[in-house]
Design a protein around this ligand. Structure first.
Ligand code: MN
Ligand code: MN
Length: 283
């Protein structure tokens, strides 16, 4: 790792937020390069003032630690065990984990760790894709199966997807048969759908932000870009709406070889906003 995330200079023990990287793109099916994202997001994070003007929070007052990147090989089961062990350690000390992908295959082992501490955990997945394939190209742990793996753990009542606009016919019929909750991207009243979600959810919430939920006009540096997406400000509004219950976060699927820096910068800025608002609620 060449750099740490800006202002995440506190020790592990003293920090409320622990940032870690998942430099992996082994199951990416279209364009490769998400493995470079954790360091690219770190680099872009230095673009910003420590002061979050929209929140009245200065990140110099928010103790955070950048743990570095998880050491990964080609065996995903072994990688998953490392992810799970790190996240378990973070949450056992009542700290807030922030994962920087890397591809979306990061999230299922994170959720495995999170449900051990929070048995009534809810998961909000913001994603252009349903990710509901039961394996892809023979791989159970593909980034195209992220929602499916989380569904296996939690069932239909603790998962909500937001911003979906791409899925195979089989995924759609299986999602409907499984009573998976998802809100499509576009003309929907976002606030109403979020209120419905919070009516269903009780207790702690994990947010997984697949950056391709955002329109490629704002976030072009993505592995699998999908038009007709959300605006960055809608993502901020969603974070604000659910912030009371947040216990963990990841930001995945930025693809630096297809980015001019702006997608990484947006990922860094959304992460900084989330840290600020969670800090404000807990202090
Ligand atoms: Mn995804
Ligand atoms: Mn996606």
């Amino acid at each position: 790792m060449s750099k740490f995330f800006a202002d995440a200079e506190e020790s592990f023990e003293e920090s409320n937020f622990i940032i870690y990287g998942y430099p992996y793109d082994g199951t990416a099916c279209f364009r490769k390069g998400t493995a470079e994202a954790p360091d690219a997001i770190r680099e872009q994070s230095f673009n910003f003032e420590t002061n979050l003007m929209e929140l009245g929070i200065d990140l110099v007052d928010v103790p955070a630690n950048d743990w570095g990147n998880i050491e990964l090989g080609s065996n995903q089961e072994e990688n998953n065990a490392r992810i799970k062990s790190l996240v378990s350690e973070i949450i056992s000390k009542n700290k807030f984990p922030i994962g920087l992908g890397g591809e979306h295959s990061l999230t299922p082992p994170v959720i495995e760790a999170m449900v051990e501490k929070y048995p009534n955990l809810n998961v909000l997945i913001m994603d252009a894709h349903l990710d509901f394939r039961d394996g892809y190209e023979g791989n159970h742990w593909s980034h195209a199966s992220t929602t499916r793996r989380i569904f296996d753990l939690l069932g239909p009542n603790n998962i909500w997807l937001l911003g979906v606009r791409s899925a195979s016919s089989t995924e759609v019929s299986e999602a409907r048969a499984s009573k998976l909750n998802y809100t499509e991207s576009g003309w929907v009243d976002l606030r109403e759908h979020l209120a419905d979600m919070l009516d269903l959810f009780q207790g702690p919430l994990y947010l997984s932000l697949d950056m391709d939920v955002i329109d490629p006009a704002f976030a072009p540096g993505i592995g699998t870009p999908e038009p007709f997406g959300m605006t960055p400000y809608e993502v901020v509004q969603t974070i604000n709406f659910v912030s009371d219950n947040l216990v963990g976060f990841d930001c995945v699927e930025v693809c630096p070889p297809f980015d001019n820096g702006n997608t990484s910068a947006l990922a860094a800025r959304l992460t900084r906003h989330l840290m600020g608002i969670v800090h404000r609620i807990k202090n």
